[in-house]
Design a protein around this ligand. Structure first.
Ligand code: PEP
Length: 254
């Protein structure tokens, strides 16, 4: 199984700050086989690809539109991202669901657009606090995934990454416990198995939500946690690279 550590910079860092962080990541020695991905804001994607060329760090976008092009002011398409050399794209992040009206149907359309453009979608799912308190977390995440991944072939499913990000853990400092993460990741694996048995064991399942160097080892040690989608701790080179090193220690050899 691949191990992936992806940093979601969200709407943080101006150009000099972004270039500084990219330079620090580019200078760091590669750590094992961990796939390292960073998602700067749209304006810096082209420069990020250039700055990281020849390193083992790949570039992700944080969003894309589902259409290949046209009259969608302010939007960016998957073919545009591909033409820059962007290799991954986050889809269905809870912040885009909450603030930008991203529905499961849109997530599905965007995943299809990304796959058609040769970009790996990082498909986010996760329940809200009230849903977990009501014991509905599997119902919610299962429904999100079944709609987001509807109609994809096994070959297409093998090309995606899923990130489980409980909404109550994002940016709150309150991470899921290892047990909560493992339970949900095993459930997600079973949902994927129901969609395409041959793909289920190929799809990296990332945990996201207040994942930091001091809690990452127990999360990454879980059998079905194949890495992390990292927000706050991806904004500093030291903490992000430490997470890459922890993932390497927890997941090698597999
Ligand atoms: C995220 O928003 O994807 C995320 C995981 O954020 P944080 O690590 O800051 O909780």
């Amino acid at each position: 199984m691949r191990t992936v550590i992806a940093g979601n910079w969200k709407m943080n860092k101006d150009l000099p700050q972004a270039m500084d962080l990219l330079a620090r990541l580019a200078a760091a020695a590669p750590v094992g086989d961990v796939e390292v991905v960073v998602a700067p804001a749209f304006p810096f994607l082209g420069q990020a690809v250039e700055r990281l060329r020849g390193t083992r760090v790949a570039v992700a976008a944080q969003h894309c539109h589902e259409a290949a092009g046209g009259a969608f002011t302010g939007e960016v398409s998957a073919p545009m991202l591909a033409s820059l050399g962007v290799r991954f794209c986050i889809v269905g992040h809870s912040e885009r669901r909450q603030y930008c009206g991203e529905t499961d149907a849109l997530v599905n359309a965007r995943i299809r657009a990304l796959l058609a453009a040769g970009i790996t979608p990082i498909c986010c799912c996760g329940e809200r606090r009230a849903e977990r308190e009501a014991g509905r977390q599997q119902e919610v995440v299962g429904a999100q995934l079944r709609e987001a991944l509807a109609g994809l072939s096994a070959a297409e499913l093998m090309r995606i990454i899923v990130a489980y990000e409980p909404v109550w853990a994002i940016g709150t400092g309150l991470n899921a416990t290892a047990e909560q993460a493992q339970d949900m990741h095993a459930f997600i694996r079973s949902v994927l198995r129901g969609l395409a048995p041959e793909a289920a064991d190929q799809v990296p399942l990332l945990y996201g939500g207040s994942c930091k160097p001091d809690n990452a080892a127990e999360l990454f040690a879980c059998a079905d946690v194949d890495g992390g989608l990292i927000g706050g701790a991806s904004l500093e080179a030291a903490s992000f690279l430490e997470l890459v090193a922890i993932a390497h220690r927890c997941k090698q050899p597999r």
